[in-house]
Design a protein around this ligand. Sequence first.
Ligand code: MSP
Length: 638
Amino acid sequence: MEKKPKFYITTPLYYPSGKWHLGHSYTTVCCDAIARYKRLTGYDVFYLTGTDEHGQKIEERATAAGKTPKQFVDELVDNIKKLWALLDIKYDKFIRTTDDYHVKSVQKIFTQLYEQGDIYKATYKGKYCTPCESFWTPSQLVDGKCPDCGRDVIDAEEESYFFRLSKYKEPLKKLLTQTDFLEPKSRVNEMVNNFLNDLNDLAVSRTSVKWGIPVPFDPKHSIYVWVDALTNYINALGYNNGEENMDYWPADVHMVGKEIVRFHTIIWPAILMALGLEVPKKVYGHGWMLFGGDKMSKSKGNVADPFILAERYGIDALRYYLLREIPFGSDGTYTDEAFLTRINADLVHDLGNLVKRTVSMANQYFGGTVKRPKDIGGEYADMANELFAKVDKAMNKYSCSEALEAIFAFVSASNKFIDANAPWTLNKNGETEKLSAVIYELLEGIRLIAGYLLPFIPSGSERIFKDLGLKAPESLNGIKFGDTKAFKVGEGEVLYKRLDIKKELEELNKVEQEDKEEKKEEKEEKPAEVKKEISIDEFFNTQLKVAEVIACEKVEKADKLLKLTLKVGEETRTVVSGIAKSYTPEEMVGKQVVLVANLKPAKLRGIVSEGMVLCAVDGDKVVLVSPERVVAPGSEVC
Ligand code: MSP
């Protein structure tokens, strides 16, 4: 048997940092449709998705949720897997950057690059964006702020390992400007002008991040999250671990949102060049799904919650909307109204009616059995036979929206074909042969439509095949109008129910309100945490003393922490405290606080903290506990 050509497609590895929203579903559903299309057109496909689980942001979220980072990500990973099952996503592998084989391979890659001189150790001085965990050169800043998130940057200096990214400037330039590596082409200039022309070596380790993969030969450093995350694309294939699926490499396409094109088209190919591996054939930077004018994000309310939409309106509705509504490559705005209108117009009115009307007529006029006429041909048959080329052209550009546009143009043409031929009149006039030919042609048209829709709305397509009394095809190659000898159709079920848009909008609003209320109640009702009872002796094991703040400064690269210098009797102590969101360093100096004086010292952001100051915590508010009147520093609190 002839060997199938290989096709490797990937989504980004999503951060499990909060609720999954429609934006994540967008990339995953697009990749799923492309993967299904390739399988149905003769490719041996490997579709990879997964989660990117390390880094400071995740560590902070986990702490805020009172969980360990691993517990925190485990729950979100379970949840995203449920979402992919709900949306009928058929991936071949799900990789987690906390998977053991991945961690080992990342460490091996880092060591290899170090040993061959592509990674070296130096001191980094520069502008650092804490939330993005990125260093920037002054010329990369936009209005003095982080070019990725627009937030303030700070001056930072740290010992770091560097990747010799600058060494790859010329081959990268060639790759970006002389090949089709990056699509859409409109993103190439941005990469070259904003990043490539001013390419510096890249800091690829952090001493401040604990939740990460340690540099194996210098474990106080964690490997930079992007080096960890990007290498997943080869580690998932068994790189450094048996190479079991490395024959899928190079990837045919890495599908990513436009905000992470830079990492995929500059850092990633340079790492691959350093490893002596081929670069991916293509990186496709798609646009964003906007919500109320902004990039959709978890803070935008649950109406754009894929769980709610899929459960309420069905997988076909959600998949179809995601694949059809936004012209691939551009941004598009989600609104409930546009979503519901799209479903009513295309799925209910055009597709649903076409199938229902045709199958009903086949039953009504011919008892469900319709045979192929002697002569087949004409404009409608030609249109049907031209459809595959259009779909294929669109899918080779990875444009699901364009493919669906072509299929639905043919759905409309089919509805017009019914009206133009008026089967009810043919029936009335006793033109049975012509009537049979018209119904046959319509059933054939629907067969092609259902076939070409298989990658996009697989469950709807299957139901249409059932209506036609046929099995869904295993391949879309070589399907020809007129190939079916006879149809024995089913009952003609209603594929999609018409939605009352006004009512549905009210319902969605209600669901959103209920969800908000529920969250509020959960917050309000959460019982105060009751800790285990302790004896008075146990309590007196804690030594509490009054201390006076004699100096205070911010802790670099940690927006919640202040470093306090405390006078406790004759002694001076350093304490790191998470109060920077509530107090400035200036207002702290001179305050009296209560210190847990016999707490075991701990290192926080490289500073040894000798104790802890007591605070009252009221939601986001953190308020210091102080003696009611000034007392001598060092006084016992009991
Ligand atoms: N962890 C990195 C990627 C590492 S890849 C080796 C990351 N994760 S993320 O959770 O922030 O996911 C970003 C991706 O999710 C985007 O690039 C895009 O594919 C998808 N989307 C998230 N929100 C989106 C929209 N609002 N609109 C379209 N896609 C969106 O970045």
